[in-house]
Design a protein around this ligand. Structure first.
Ligand SMILES: *Cc1c(COP(=O)(O)O)cnc(C)c1O
Length: 385
């Protein structure tokens, strides 16, 4: 309870479709609860939703990134470009795949790397591959960033954890990607709790990641315990244990049906924030409407001075916020691995990273809850102007 005696407005509440409970019980009663027919159906439905050729469902977005990087079969220790303003899982995926993260700075208007910042990083260390990220739900221009890096599109892995619902030039994120990695983590736009997916236009990559998500066992070996299945399988490439279960997939199928309505509600909330904050002194909003894009509105990020104090004031007023992200170059382990010099090469990330604040944005945010967020932030900024 806040000092005002009202309950706190949470930073996020996972949306759960009314269809989920029955779907889960059906799978639990079906006699098959791990990767199987539900997973295959979810893959088809998510591919249809994106307009993608292939979807492979996996355990998480982090593992999806690692599988795609392994699927590129780069020489060990290859340089892989990544924004430093990203989630640690994306950096871990590069390291677990046996490669070296090369940190790319952001453009402060969009909070994502620009062709200029990518080109600057690529000039310093010739990259073998690149991860790009749709920060907050903003669909980056993958082709422009690949060109700036001097990389073919088949060397770009998209961290589309914030991507469901986003589109560029009328094409959903992932529709034509060589490798786009999605997250169904509890806080994401289409939560399963845990889970991820790889969308790819490439038949070869699809085959590799499909085998590698389950130890590298040969195709369809998940069927070996089904009637008529065979115990015989081969391991052609060392894989991970990174499959999605049918219980997760059944949740995903029910959630996917509800996603368009949730996206509509997110856009409504964003419009109300934008209107309320238009003339608020001290507040900077990221630029988000740069030509023919559909934002996924995963996050409502603002930039404020004195961020830590404002976040604490909002918490005291009963409004929980978050920060996306604490830059990777500021984390102890990456500083140890990459060195202080590499970690000093992203000054815009360091400066803007101090100002970022993510406000509550989710379909279950009530108009009253949103009014409290607006009032609390307005008060915090007015007292400083
Ligand atoms: C959440 C997130 C991930 C990791 O997703 P998991 O499914 O939890 O592995 C990766 N990248 C970004 C940008 C994220 O926000």
């Amino acid at each position: 309870m806040s000092s005002a005696g009202q309950s706190t407005v949470p930073f996020t509440i996972p949306s759960v479709s009314g269809e989920v409970s029955d779907a889960v019980v059906k799978v639990l009663d079906s006699g098959w609860i791990t990767t199987g027919p539900q997973t295959a159906a979810f893959e088809q439905e998510f591919a249809d939703y994106l307009g993608a050729a292939h979807v492979v469902a996996v355990a998480s977005c982090t593992t999806a990134l690692e599988l795609c990087l392994r699927g590129l079969e780069l020489p060990p220790g290859s340089a892989v470009l990544t924004p430093s303003l990203t989630f640690c899982g994306a950096i871990n995926a590069i390291l677990h795949a046996g490669h070296r993260p090369v940190l790319v700075d952001i453009d402060e208007d969009t909070l994502v790397p620009s062709p200029e910042t990518v080109a600057a990083a690529a000039a310093r260390v010739k990259p073998a591959a690149m991860i790009v990220q749709n920060q907050g739900g903003y669909p980056v221009d993958v082709a422009a960033l690949a060109e700036a890096a001097g990389l073919d599109r088949t060397r770009v892995v998209e961290d589309a954890a914030h991507g469901p619902g986003a589109a560029r030039g009328g094409k959903p994120v992932g529709a034509e990607s060589f490798a786009a990695c999605f997250s169904f983590y509890a806080t994401k736009n289409m939560p399963i709790g845990e889970g991820g997916a790889i969308a790819t236009s490439d038949e070869g990559l699809q085959e590799k990641v499909r085998a590698m998500r389950l130890h590298g066992m040969s195709k369809d070996s998940w069927k070996r315990y089904l009637p008529g299945g065979s115990w015989r399988y081969d391991v052609k490439q060392v894989g991970l244990k990174a499959n999605m279960t049918d219980v997760q997939a059944s949740i995903g199928r029910a959630q996917l049906a509800a996603l368009p309505e949730w996206q509509r509600r997110r856009a409504e909330i964003v419009a109300a924030y934008d209107a309320a904050f238009r003339d608020l002194p001290g507040l900077t909003l990221p630029q988000r409407n740069l030509g023919g894009i559909q934002h996924a509105w995963h996050l409502y990020q603002v930039r404020v001075p004195d961020r830590d104090a404002i976040s604490a004031e909002l918490e005291a007023a009963g409004v929980s916020t978050s920060v996306h992200f604490i830059p990777a170059n500021q984390m102890t382990s990456y500083r140890d691995i990459l060195g202080a010099d590499e970690c000093a090469r992203v000054p815009v990330t360091d400066r803007v990273g101090e100002e970022l604040l993510s406000l509550p944005l989710y379909p279950g945010l009530t108009p009253d809850g949103q009014d409290r967020v607006i009032a609390a932030l307005t008060e915090a900024l007015r007292t400083r102007s």
